[in-house]
Design a protein. Structure first.
Length: 368
């Protein structure tokens, strides 16, 4: 029986992600629906990889294979661009003599986490010590990277309130570089110590870069999804977390225990709670029952939990590309406002939103 909480498109996509054997009984129209839903949330190549991992490629119709091959080609192209950008960064920053920690998608590639080779991403994220960030930025600017935020207010906003400087891009390439000094805006109530993240980062073979430790990699992804975004159509980010949890747990029976302790140490209990709860609920991520029980100590008050249970699946899951729901837009708007509130106290947030609204209105007026 179909789950009435989800649309037919959401159901067929979630079924594939939870139990890939479900694709063996899909009709032609369901395959079409699966493709459209996966494309909406940038998961087409991942779905293709996931089906291959379970030796189910023989069940894929020829026309669908063509779509999968095209998605793989796009991912491979972006992967080459990312590796080349990291190569150029390595060369440009060789004299800076500082640790550089690669984050998110590129980190998954460097750490050779299997799902990363089917992951579509748009930029290169790195983290450095705050004391070195000006020197690194100036070095890149001197070598033909350019800042992408030319507005004086945006420049000031990034440098004073954010956890990163304005994004950079080389004049001859299209891949953006985001340079962080921590993993969440310092104005947030969550304030993990970046020194601990840098201290425990892992050296990699054949590269000068580092990546976060397994626990920190999960926690950063959790923070990025549940505290630094509006969750709108972000199923791909939850899939990242699902794959990271599976990968790291497979190689370490004590991984989940260490993850809870690390979240406690860094003050990131709530993002981890949401990660475990919704990856288990939506993607059937295998999480031991005792870990789920222990994570309840990280839960929000009951009214907040009930509200999040109502909002997150609605906002997170993709809509059918030909349909638009008022309920989805409202859920995403509420979570968008929540993300701003979590990043910045009201005394800073209200003037910031007012200023941005005025700037947007002024731009519209100047065009019209």
């Amino acid at each position: 029986m179909a789950d009435k909480r989800y649309t037919p498109g959401q159901s067929v996509l979630l079924a594939c992600l939870k139990k890939p054997q479900s694709v063996t009984v899909l009709t032609v129209s369901q395959w079409s629906l699966l493709l459209r839903m996966a494309k909406t949330c940038k998961l087409t190549a991942h779905v293709a990889w996931w089906i291959d991992q379970h030796n189910l490629s023989h069940s894929v119709p020829d026309k669908v294979i063509n779509h999968f091959q095209a998605a793989r080609a796009v991912v491979a192209y972006r992967r080459r661009m990312a590796f080349w950008e990291m190569n150029r960064l390595q060369r440009a920053l060789a004299e800076c003599d500082t640790d550089i920690v690669v984050l998110k998608g590129c980190a998954y590639l460097l750490a050779e986490i299997p799902f990363a080779h089917a992951r579509l991403f748009a930029d290169v994220d790195i983290m450095v010590e705050k004391s070195t960030i000006d020197r690194i930025e100036q070095s890149l600017l001197a070598q033909n990277w350019q800042t992408l935020k030319l507005d004086a207010y945006d420049q000031s906003y990034y440098r004073v309130w954010m956890h990163e400087i304005p994004p950079l891009r080389h004049v001859s390439r299209t891949m953006e570089v985001d340079i962080h000094h921590t993993i969440i805006p310092p104005t947030s109530e969550l304030r993990p110590d970046p020194a601990l993240l840098m201290r425990d980062a892992i050296n990699l073979n054949n590269t000068p870069f580092k990546v976060l430790s397994p626990c920190d990699m999960v926690l950063h992804s959790a923070v990025h999804l549940f505290f630094d975004s509006d969750l709108g159509n972000k199923l791909r980010d939850l899939v990242d977390l699902d794959q990271l949890l599976k990968h790291f747990n497979a190689g370490n029976v004590d991984f989940f225990d260490g993850l809870l302790k690390r979240a406690d140490m860094l003050g990131l209990q709530r993002p981890l709670y949401y990660t475990l709860r919704y990856s288990h609920q939506l993607l059937a991520t295998p999480i031991p029952n005792d870990i789920l029980q222990r994570s309840q100590t990280f839960a929000p008050p009951v009214p907040v939990r009930v509200l999040m249970d109502a909002l997150i699946p609605v906002a997170l899951l993709p809509e059918h590309p030909d349909e638009s729901s008022l309920a989805v837009r409202f859920a995403r708007w509420l979570l968008y406002m929540r993300s701003h509130y979590l990043r910045m106290p009201l005394k800073l947030l209200i003037p910031h939103l007012a200023r941005k609204s005025l700037m947007r209105f002024t731009r519209v007026q100047s065009v019209s």
